[in-house]
Design a protein around this ligand. Structure first.
Ligand code: PHE
Length: 451
């Protein structure tokens, strides 16, 4: 694919934003913020996103565009005869496990879409939505079928290599998602008792912060920006040298933050107004949103529109996950693209089956006290992605000289020395140190050493 290019500068931004904006901002952010205590979590998440996520995103873009390599080759080209390729392998493994449970949630969207279209969601009371959803996802056959459908949609698009066709669709879908979110937020803010939800999201209560929630906020910052898995490295490898990398990165960071906050504002007022619990976990958005929509004129119509856009956002992220695996595996023989995409996709579906059943027949199967779904989610978000991010932040300043980096960043942008230095030092010192501290803290080591 190295000779392939995005169709336009804005096309790349949409593709990379498409990878970034997905279940992470819309589905995961509200539920981890809900479990993590609201405002304090949001604040920490924002700090991590701005000071660790943004520099790292620029970094991933930079090495991807510089080497024009896939996730694994990039590291090998910059550091030949070293074992740094392992960073890319971690990325490939991360994306594999990630898509295995991501597709479960993608399936839930498809099921809801089906239910909404066939009238299964009309005329319920607020708490019935949560119950209905619990019943739906406990049912193995439809959920597996929906998960398979999600995987198949991903495979078909990526096997054809037509993600670039998606650029065009993104130009309409992304702004539409944004506008629809605004509408939902307006409605949810006018619910009785909405202010409780707003307070929950924006007023930090630091007593709720634990070492674990800080780690989750860190993982969330990387998850939403698709960082640490070399997905952004791969996407940037299809870029011309004229792309302004810092500007692209910052606009993606900003869009992501806006969507996450809108998702929070769409959900938490409803949670408090309907007397639900903010810490309901992965099912939160599915239990709350239909109830909010049911309070709107033409609610079902808007809900269907929302689900379509939500599905689209999830799919564009899923494309990038499978793309990085396929790109890394087909570097020598592009003609195998189709075969690899199908094989990998089907394998991912099979590995994802236990995650799907975690909400039904396998809900009692616990490993480290977690269901398989939660375990995979935890491993990807809170271990693999921060680990990948740590290694990338060490790799870049170690293997590329400051002047090389400055030269590369200036291609397509007019970044001054000052901006460059801020970026460079954040990436070189702040990012690895912060990740190590958060890891150590979560393992209880900080208390042991200093306590
Ligand atoms: N950023 C995506 C989301 O928020 C998830 C993702 C992670 C995609 C890593 C690709 C690689 O949904």
């Amino acid at each position: 694919m190295s000779q392939e290019q995005w169709k336009s500068k804005i096309g790349f931004i949409f593709a990379a934003a498409g990878s970034a904006i997905g279940l992470g901002a819309i589905w995961k952010f509200p539920y981890v913020a809900g479990t993590g205590g609201g405002g304090a979590f949001l604040l920490i998440f924002l700090l991590f996103t701005l000071f660790l996520g943004a520099p790292l995103l620029i970094g991933e873009f930079l090495i991807g565009r510089k080497t024009k390599g896939d996730a694994i080759t990039t590291y090998q080209r910059i550091a030949p005869n070293s074992s740094w390729g392992i960073v890319g392998i971690i990325g490939v493994v991360t994306c594999f496990i990630l898509l295995s449970f991501y597709s479960v949630v993608g399936g839930w969207i498809i099921i809801y879409l089906f239910e909404a279209l066939t009238g299964g969601l009309t005329g319920l009371s607020q708490d019935q939505y949560g119950m209905l959803f619990g019943e739906i996802i406990a049912n193995p056959l439809p959920t597996l079928l929906a998960q398979l459908t999600f995987v198949l949609l991903t495979i078909i698009v990526v096997a054809k290599g037509v993600q670039k066709g998606i650029e065009n669709a993104s130009k309409i879908m992304m702004p539409a998602l944004f506008i629809l979110f605004l509408l939902i937020v307006i409605r949810s803010l006018s619910l009785d008792g909405a202010s409780e939800g707003v307070k929950f999201l924006f007023v930090p209560d630091f007593t709720k912060l634990t070492s674990e929630t800080i780690l989750i906020a860190l993982g969330q910052a990387f998850f939403t920006l698709s960082l640490g898995a070399s997905a952004m490295v791969t996407y940037a490898s299809y870029l011309p040298k004229t792309q302004n990398l810092p500007r692209s990165a910052l606009s993606i960071v900003l869009m992501n933050i806006v969507i996450a906050i809108l998702a929070g504002l769409a959900i938490f007022p409803g949670v408090f107004s309907f007397g639900l619990e903010p810490n309901a976990g992965p099912v939160l958005i599915f239990a709350v949103l239909p109830a909010v929509f049911s309070q709107m004129g033409f609610g079902m119509l808007f809900f269907i529109a929302f689900l379509i856009l939500f599905l689209f956002a999830a799919l564009t992220s899923a494309f990038s996950m499978i793309e990085i695996i396929v790109a890394a595996m087909t570097k020598k023989d592009k003609s195998k693209r189709k075969k690899y995409t199908w094989t990998i996709g089907i394998l991912i579906f099979i590995v994802g089956i236990p995650s799907c059943l975690s909400y039904g027949v396998m809900s009692d199967v616990l490993v480290f006290d977690k269901t398989i779904f939660d375990l995979f989610d935890y491993a990807v978000s809170n271990v693999l992605m921060p680990l990948g991010a740590l290694l990338i932040s060490i790799f870049i300043p170690l293997k590329l000289s400051k002047s090389e980096l400055f030269e590369e960043i200036r291609l397509g942008s007019h970044s001054g020395k000052m901006f460059f230095n801020v970026w460079y030092y954040l990436l070189k010192y702040f990012t690895p140190v912060a990740i190590i501290i958060v890891f150590m803290d979560a393992l209880g080591l900080i208390d042991k050493i200093f306590g």
